[in-house]
Ligand binder design. Structure first.
Ligand code: SF4
Length: 152
């Protein structure tokens, strides 16, 4: 599975929010897979990945919504995790790096400018990871009306 560096953080905070119904369904499937198959091989991406493939903002030129800012975000996260573009490893290993190297308070700098940050779910997800809790996955899907895709 291709997974962008910053999405290796996002999956912990996934609560069913997203950019379209199809995107949410796809991401729920990805999160469930990561939760249920910790040995799955992931290829680290700086740029679009398996999550982006169901996103209405993905174009041939990359992410139309966030442009280069999300690439820079991937670069920052990859550096902290000590991983490189195209590197392959078990999800369990990548998750352990996230757990050991990214504290909830680090997100303000690592994910500066990301509109999802203010929801607090990303920091909550990382705190849960540090507490040894599993990914919430599809059980987290919240279909309440306060579930819009924010703008950056
Ligand atoms: S908004 Fe951009 S980075 Fe985020 S999932 Fe969509 S294409 Fe990927």
């Amino acid at each position: 599975m291709e997974l962008s560096a910053h999405h290796s953080l996002c999956v912990h905070g996934f609560r069913g929010m997203g950019y379209s119904e199809g995107f949410v369904a796809s991401l729920a499937g990805i999160v469930a897979r990561l939760r249920d198959e910790p040995g799955i091989r992931v290829r680290v991406r700086v740029g679009s990945d398996a999550v982006c493939r169901a996103c209405p903002s993905l174009s041939v030129g990359g992410c139309m919504r966030y442009g280069q800012s999300v690439v820079r975000q991937d670069e920052r996260v990859a550096q902290v995790l000590g991983v490189e573009q195209g590197q392959e490893m078990d999800w369990d290993d990548l998750r352990a790096r996230v757990r050991g190297r990214v504290a909830p308070d680090d997100l303000a700098a690592l994910c500066e400018g990301c509109p999802w940050l203010s929801y607090g779910v990303c920091a909550e997800g990382l705190a849960e990871l540090r507490a040894g809790l599993p990914l919430r996955g599809a059980a987290a899907i919240d279909r309440s009306p306060a579930n819009p895709p924010p703008g950056r």
